[in-house]
Design a protein around this ligand. Structure first.
Ligand code: TZP
Ligand code: MG
Length: 218
């Protein structure tokens, strides 16, 4: 388990790779957002297969060189194989307790929580943070539930003993509202990857999150 202060800091500007944007590979997305100041990176690839393994290794290396925690979505064994810092699992993925066993005590384990009922029934004792959303409507996640808004975010923040990162439809102009409603961080995809100017969008997000630009990422 990771120290609470560290995890809160890492959640602040949490970038998740986009597997659906042509001509903008995940490694390039990661380099750009790390340079802008992203505080945590998640590799999310819904049709991952082993041909993509080297891409994940390269992203992991980029994160490590820049001291940015690297999380893998869904695939716990992939996370373990590439030496990721942690995993993020959904309600229908590997149970958090098994993810913890596989990844080890030092790893970061995050879990998606959409409703207070899910918060109640999820085994959070072995998790470091919750991902809550969708906060706003999104088209990036094909099976996303209805947005629960800032009020829904606040309810989950208040009931959770773990820090919460808000996700879904977040962009530089509404990120501050998420912080004001108790989110420790914001997790974003399309506001950067599908922006006309991803670099400018990432810089705007860093400013909204109050984090500093890091400069060129290797
Ligand atoms: N989980 C809930 S909403 C979402 C995920 C992965 C998609 C977030 O993407 P975007 O483009 O930032 O709305
Ligand atoms: Mg999942």
């Amino acid at each position: 388990m990771t120290h609470l202060t560290d995890i809160r800091r890492a959640l602040r500007f949490y970038f998740i790779t986009d597997d659906g944007v042509d001509g903008f590979p995940a490694l390039e997305q990661v380099r750009l957002t790390i340079a802008a100041g992203a505080t945590m990176i998640q590799y999310r690839h819904k049709s991952f297969n082993l041909d993509d393994f080297d891409e994940v290794v390269a992203i992991g290396r980029c994160c490590r060189e820049n001291r940015v925690p690297f999380i893998v979505n869904d695939h716990v064994l992939l996370a373990k194989a590439v030496g990721a810092d942690g995993v993020h699992v959904g309600q229908d993925d590997t149970p958090p307790r098994l993810a913890r066993r596989i990844m080890g005590q030092q790893a970061i384990v995050g879990v998606s929580i959409t409703t207070p009922a899910e918060l109640e029934r999820t085994d959070l004792g072995c998790c470091d943070y919750i991902g809550t959303g969708p906060t706003f409507s999104t088209t990036t996640k094909v099976d996303a539930k209805a947005a629960h808004g800032l009020s829904g975010l606040r309810v989950l923040v208040e009931r959770s003993r773990l820090p919460a990162v808000a996700i879904g439809g977040i962009h530089p102009a509404n990120a501050r509202d998420c912080f004001a409603h108790g989110a420790a961080g914001v997790a974003v995809i399309s506001c950067i990857t599908r922006a006309d100017h991803p670099q400018a969008a990432a810089a705007a997000m860093a400013a909204a999150c109050g984090v500093h630009r890091r400069g060129a990422a290797s």
